[in-house]
Design a protein around this ligand. Structure first.
Ligand code: UN1
Length: 502
């Protein structure tokens, strides 16, 4: 595995960025490749002592970083983007090997990091505040944005590097320092990225404490969420995890950005370009083996095209290449681990129990690694299992008669991340995007639910958590807003015309 060497991955790897020799990790976690279940390497788990050391190093680094002009911070991010370009292929391979998504998607994930670096470089010169007209004479009012301090980033296995970069690159140009806890299922991706970032910092005589790494299970996550030294926690993962994180951080009045589960649907109208709709559906449902938070889980199909769509999907699913994700031509790689397969099998049973029908696939493949055949099932929207996000390639087929009914079904779940409608009818499309349409953070016409560009704000409503990351003005969540009023006159008029003579 040449790419492991290129990225500096060894048999045993430190999982803590600024861990000193005398603080070596006692515990380690192993990283396994889902492609054949073999162990790749081990990574040291961050101890409490190491954790505190990291926080202290981050605090020290903040003093330097916050006083570095924002465009200069952008220059460091530009250099990180440059290094990611250099290492795009080995990084893409590592993402594929450790997480299981196909190589095209592994490369796409690294590209997503490069894109957000470019975006953040521009943003570093555009953190604008407003000026207001004061109600008092000879007064000037304006607002400015300051960094928060340490930003804690907790990311998930399915996007082991890109989601960190959405947060870290934007937060960095804002002047924050980062502590990243990657997923314990993909620790090597985090180690590889940390090495790249540390190199750029070193080349620029900046402390590694600007970008920090910690490794471990939920214990390390709890230290972060409970830690008053970390004003903002940005967490990606399950709704169950997000509720815990939200509660803990709120109890100390900290800030959160939560990017949790989705239960994303595509509505295929009778006015759709069916070929386009079907291609988008397949990518959304089986891409990343159904393990994106934006994966297409529900397909709401107009009754007049239902049979046609169903048959077409069945025949595409029959011909989909499942196998080694590093191999060219593979469209579906493995799931992350046995637990994921078990959860999928359980969901398939639940579907039948509730009266639904699995009409295609679902079974694990009889080979090494965690391979499954993506499944199609006919269900009704109100089934308990349909209301949940099962992180697996199961696509639920449902039929509708009127647009109103389709939108009601569409919104009839607790999650609200991504959504889409396929139609060539302008009125129907606008209705889907209007206030009475999709209730999701992302709503598309004639493209699928997954594969968002970094330029937009990414996130969702309801149980998806309400956070926004990546593009648009998401940077504001990583800063504190300060309203300033400057009196340049020689008297002291009070606001609201209050008379207070002393
Ligand atoms: C995720 O699954 O957590 O829109 C993120 C997409 C990707 C990001 C997904 N750009 O599918």
């Amino acid at each position: 595995m040449e790419f492991l060497k290129t990225l500096g991955i060894e048999g045993i790897n430190p999982g803590t960025s600024t861990g000193r020799k005398h603080m070596e990790s006692k515990e380690t976690i192993s990283s396994y490749t889902p492609t054949d279940g073999e162990r790749i390497a081990t990574v040291g788990v961050t101890s409490r002592e190491q954790y505190d050391h990291v926080v202290e190093e981050a605090q020290k680094a903040f003093e330097i970083w916050k006083n570095t002009p924002a465009p200069e911070r952008g220059e460091i991010v530009r250099q990180i983007g440059q290094k990611l370009r250099e290492f795009k292929e080995p990084l893409g391979k590592l993402v594929t090997y450790e997480m299981g998504k196909i190589y095209q998607e592994g490369l796409g994930e690294v590209q997503e990091m490069i894109d957000i670096c470019d975006f953040a470089v521009g943003q570093s010169r555009m953190m604008y505040g407003k000026t207001m007209h004061s109600e008092r004479p000879q007064h000037r009012m304006y607002e400015q944005w300051h960094p928060l301090g340490i930003v804690g980033i907790i990311s998930a296995f399915n996007f082991p590097v890109a989601v960190w970069s959405w947060n870290a690159m934007i937060a960095a140009v804002c002047g924050n320092v980062m502590i990243w806890k990657g997923s314990e299922k993909t620790p090597l991706c985090a180690v590889a990225i940390q090495k790249i970032v540390a190199k750029v910092l070193k080349e620029n005589d900046l402390p590694e404490g600007i970008f920090n790494l910690v490794t471990g299970d939920h214990q390390v996550g709890e230290w972060m969420t409970e830690d008053e030294r970390i004003p903002l926690i940005s967490a990606t993962g399950s709704i169950r995890m997000g509720k815990e994180v939200g509660k803990t951080v709120a109890s100390r009045l900290g800030k959160t950005i939560l990017e949790l589960g989705g239960n994303n649907a595509i509505i295929i109208s009778e006015n759709a370009d069916l070929e386009m709709a079907i291609r988008a559906t397949v990518f959304g449902a089986v891409g990343t083996c159904g393990q994106r938070c934006t994966s297409t889980r529900r397909l709401i199909i107009h009754e007049s095209v239902y049979d046609q769509v169903k048959e077409r999907l069945m025949s595409i699913y029959e011909n989909i290449t499942i196998g080694d994700p590093l191999e060219e031509g593979t469209l579906v790689g493995p799931m992350i681990d046995q637990d994921a397969i078990d959860a999928m099998q359980n969901a398939l049973k639940e579907i039948e129990k509730e009266g639904g029908k699995v009409i295609y696939g679902g079974e694990p493949l009889d080979e090494d690694g965690f391979y499954v055949r993506p499944a199609l099932a006919e269900v009704e929207n109100h089934y308990n299992i349909v209301q949940e996000e099962t992180f697996a390639p199961i696509l639920y087929l449902m039929r509708y008669k009127t647009t109103e009914e389709a939108i009601e079904m569409h919104n009839g779940v607790k999650q609200g991340l991504s959504s889409s409608m396929f139609t060539l009818n302008m009125r129907e499309a606008e209705r889907f995007l209007s206030v009475g349409g999709s209730d999701c953070g992302i709503a598309n016409i004639n493209i699928g639910t997954s594969g968002a560009e970094i330029g937009g704000a990414f996130g969702g409503e309801k149980e998806t958590g309400g956070g926004r990351e990546s593009g648009s003005d998401s940077w504001k969540a990583y800063m504190r807003r300060q309203t300033n009023t400057m009196n340049w006159g020689d008297s002291l008029p009070l606001a609201q015309g209050i008379d207070f003579d002393v």
